[in-house]
Design a protein around this ligand. Structure first.
Ligand code: HEC
Ligand code: HEC
Ligand code: HEC
Ligand code: HEC
Ligand code: HEC
Length: 326
């Protein structure tokens, strides 16, 4: 080997090693002058440049998905390995949209993380818009759409329920309700990453209306799904919504609360009557008004599980109505 060839070879090896080291040293996150897109191994790297998004996601049910005590309890502390696939997933692109995700074993504090939703098969960031800047994202509208959510959220048919609704026909997607637009510090329009759902009272109250009226000798209690783009309540079979009523007589003495109706998807071992309220649907319960009643009081309760009593923190009083009967 001539000395010149030897020097060229040595330079090639050194720069090759340098490029390799650069591509492996993912801690910096940013593309440090190399033309290769940066490699990402943790959501914390994204925080460097997408602080606001990171802060929204931090504390969200996606972030806590693996540490959530409710989930740990039911999964026997994840000794049930089946539960890990959606609560601590690898990037969805590894298995493809609408296929069961694979579990990961790293970063339990990151649950459903940035990488799960935003990395493609080559480890590049996927977004709505491509850019040469920063993480050098590629654009993939399909990957950012409803099927991304459906990959984990169709287990209890939420995506199918949405597809059957007016919202799907009008092109109002999961993200239009669950990722509302926000103005970022630099003035750009972003999408909120908190994903408010049934743990947020305001979102819950936006799902339905509760009207109570008297029709002759009957009290009519109507619930209409006016704001959920799928069944209400949706997802987990243990969610429930209850209509309760009581009557008060002249002396001010109330009757016991009477349970009139429950909206719920039953567990698999229960009689299979799904009473969830589809998008835009209305349900009416009717009850006879007692002769001595001067007032009716009605309540609509949301329950995170079907066993929760009214004073349980898993119950939220959505609406309270009073109707004068005299
Ligand atoms: C070195 C800074 C930097 C890091 C680190 C970084 N990004 Fe970016 N990211 C940018 C810049 C700059 C853009 C392009 C301009 C914009 O859209 O804000 C961008 C764009 C995006 C987009 C596309 C936005 C759109 O309009 O569709 C997504 C999605 C995204 N980044 C996600 C991530 C994720 C997830 C991570 C971590 C895995 C990450 N980024 C890490 C700087 C960074
Ligand atoms: C196919 C994906 C998938 C698998 C597998 C999965 N989950 Fe979930 N899980 C979800 C989604 C999506 C939600 C959010 C919907 C909801 O909250 O109703 C959720 C929510 C939950 C919640 C509600 C958390 C809360 O704070 O109310 C519990 C509890 C739970 N899962 C337990 C489990 C257990 C136990 C297993 C294993 C037997 C499991 N999950 C397997 C997707 C999955
Ligand atoms: C990798 C699986 C996965 C993907 C993809 C996913 N989610 Fe989730 N999502 C979950 C899990 C798991 C939970 C429940 C975590 C918990 O409560 O512990 C959840 C919870 C939620 C909640 C309920 C929050 C609450 O208060 O209970 C909403 C709303 C939600 N996701 C919306 C979406 C939307 C919209 C998309 C699509 C952009 C999406 N998710 C994509 C797994 C996923
Ligand atoms: C028109 C607005 C709207 C659209 C569209 C919509 N949602 Fe919702 N979503 C709501 C409201 C309101 C609630 C609260 C009531 C409830 O839990 O049913 C909710 C609740 C949820 C929850 C929480 C359920 C739980 O038990 O934790 C999840 C998960 C969810 N939606 C996922 C989705 C997915 C996935 C899509 C798209 C396929 C979608 N949503 C489309 C309004 C919407
Ligand atoms: C459950 C899936 C999911 C998770 C988890 C998630 N994203 Fe997103 N993200 C999306 C979707 C879907 C969009 C596109 C919304 C749209 O435009 O319809 C988006 C949009 C963005 C955008 C462009 C809009 C904006 O708000 O600036 C950035 C940047 C981004 N994500 C970064 C992140 C980072 C960083 C994390 C982790 C802290 C993260 N995302 C976690 C699904 C997710």
């Amino acid at each position: 080997m001539s000395p010149v060839v030897r020097v060229v070879l040595a330079i090639a090896i050194v720069s090759g090693v340098a490029a390799f080291v650069r591509s492996m040293s993912s801690d910096s996150g940013a593309a440090s002058g190399s033309t290769e897109p940066p490699r990402f191994t943790s959501s914390k790297q994204c925080a460097e440049c997408h602080r606001e998004v990171f802060d929204e996601w931090q504390g969200s049910h996606h972030q806590i998905a693996y540490e959530n005590p409710e989930v740990r309890k039911l999964s026997d502390d994840f000794r049930n390995k089946e539960c890990q696939a959606c609560h601590l997933p690898r990037p969805i692109s590894q298995t493809g949209l609408l296929n069961r995700t694979l579990p990961r074993v790293t970063r339990p504090d990151e649950g459903v993380d940035c990488l799960a939703c935003h990395l493609d098969v080559n480890g590049r960031v996927v977004g709505r818009n491509a850019s040469d800047l920063g993480c050098a994202p590629v654009a993939d509208a399909e990957h950012m759409g409803v099927n991304l959510c459906g990959t984990c959220h169709n287990q209890h048919e939420t995506t199918d329920q949405w597809r059957a609704s007016r919202y799907a026909k009008e092109g109002i997607t999961c993200n239009d309700c669950h990722m509302p637009k926000v103005t970022r510090a630099d003035g750009s329009i972003g999408r909120r990453h908190v994903y408010e759902g049934c743990h947020d009272e305001e979102t819950l109250r936006s799902a339905a209306t509760f009207e109570v009226t008297r029709e002759g000798g009957e009290l009519v209690l109507a619930v209409t799904n006016t704001g959920a783009g799928h069944n209400f309540p949706t997802e987990e079979r243990h969610r429930a919504v209850d209509i309760l009523v009581r009557f008060v007589d002249e002396a001010g003495t109330p009757t016991e609360w009477e349970h009139l109706y429950r909206f719920r998807q039953p567990y698999r071992d229960e009689p299979q009557i799904n009473t969830q309220l589809p998008a835009d649907a209305r349900h009416e319960s009717r009850v006879d008004v007692p002769d001595d009643a001067v007032r009716a009081e009605a309540r609509l309760w949301y329950r995170l599980n079907p066993y929760a009593t009214d004073d349980d923190p898993a119950s939220t009083l959505l609406f309270e109505r009073e109707v004068e009967l005299r």
